[in-house]
Write a protein that binds this ligand. Structure first.
Ligand SMILES: Nc1ncnc2c1ncn2[C@@H]1O[C@H](COP(=O)(O)OP(=O)(O)OP(=O)(O)O)[C@@H](O)[C@H]1O
Length: 310
């Protein structure tokens, strides 16, 4: 047999992938545990799609090792066990939506009912519409249906909700939740923080082909139970030494990116007052001042000095 039951769904170790002189993935490690959802998060060009395409068996690695359900990702016996939703849909332009889904279902041993799946994904009304005439969001949902119709054990979803309206996005989130409840393993890529926070058991943040952080969303956003964050925007380049001196010990103050200031640690009303008094002394208007638990967006900003969406 090709796999033992307790092996992870996906195991990537030291993955390297180059396109000529471009190193797209540079020594990446990740593990998708069985029955869990892992979100691979990162800005454009981070190497997410390349990583997923190697795991799907579409590209050969230049270094490292990749095991999918215990097998080599190019192994033919994985085809029936793995569902793939590529970035940007990937359908045949002239084929009608229901024909396309039935075609894919015909290749599976125990497919789901295509009509039911079209209905669940809100596509019943466009079953007779050729793929090229579907909206971008409908193409995405059809592509998701094709990935799921064969009842896979593992699904790769590359930016599954890109281009979808909020309602369709919510539908896809619910479906991913249902997959997890059914014990299906999911590796998805996204650059939407809320998507990762809502769906993932584990998150791997990558940038420049490397992992910059990994853990559960809770581990990444609150390494210390008391940690919160006061964030404000103001003129770039403020001298923070006086503010640092005025705040209680243990609080960290810095300009995380140009004009965005962060105070991290135990934020209480006195801290907010100290910050606003300091701003007044400096003749600075603090804009967009918020106190909140750290988000994954903040974690990324901390690690890279950049906003994820920039
Ligand atoms: N076929 C290719 N030929 C040459 N370079 C490529 C190719 N595909 C990707 N790259 C480069 O490899 C790097 C990683 O790209 P990749 O598409 O894997 O990133 P990504 O994180 O998925 O980005 P996005 O969110 O924009 O899809 C980028 O610098 C990209 O320009």
């Amino acid at each position: 047999m090709s796999s033992r039951p307790r092996q992870p769904a996906v195991e990537v170790s030291g993955l390297v992938k180059k396109y000529g002189s471009v190193v797209a993935v540079d020594g990446l490690d990740l593990v998708v545990e069985r029955g869990s959802v892992l979100a691979l998060l990162g800005p454009n060009g981070a190497g997410k799609t390349t990583t997923v395409e190697v795991c799907e068996g579409f590209r050969r690695a230049d270094g490292g090792s990749v095991r999918v359900l215990g097998s080599d990702p190019r192994s033919p016996d994985l085809r029936a066990r793995v569902g793939v939703m590529p970035q940007g849909g990937g359908g045949y332009p002239g084929v009608r939506a229901d024909e396309m889904l039935r075609l894919v279902a015909a290749c599976a041993a125990r497919p789901l009912d295509p009509a039911w799946l079209l209905d669940v994904l809100g596509l019943s009304g466009v079953g007779r519409t050729p793929y090229k005439r579907l909206s971008g969001g409908q193409q995405q949902r059809l592509s998701l249906a094709c990935a799921l119709v064969g009842r896979p054990e593992l699904v790769f979803l590359d930016e599954p909700t890109a281009g979808m309206d909020p309602q369709a996005r919510r539908l896809v989130w619910e479906l991913v939740g249902a997959l997890r409840s059914d014990g299906v393993s999911v590796l998805l890529t996204t650059h939407l923080m809320d998507e990762a926070e809502a769906l993932a058991d584990a998150v791997v943040i990558m940038d420049g082909g490397r992992v910059v952080a990994a853990g559960t969303p809770a581990e990444l956003t609150s390494p210390h139970a008391d940690d919160q964050q006061l964030r404000f925007r103001a003129r770039p380049g403020l001298d923070l030494s006086l503010l640092t001196g005025a705040l209680p010990e243990g609080l960290r103050v810095r300009e995380a990116s140009r004009g965005t200031y962060l105070v991290q640690g135990r934020i209480d009303p006195q801290v907010v007052s100290t910050v606003t008094s300091w701003c007044a002394q400096q003749g600075v208007l603090a804009e967009e001042l918020t106190v909140a638990r750290r988000s994954l967006e903040d974690v990324f900003l901390d690690l890279t000095g950049r906003e994820l969406r920039s």
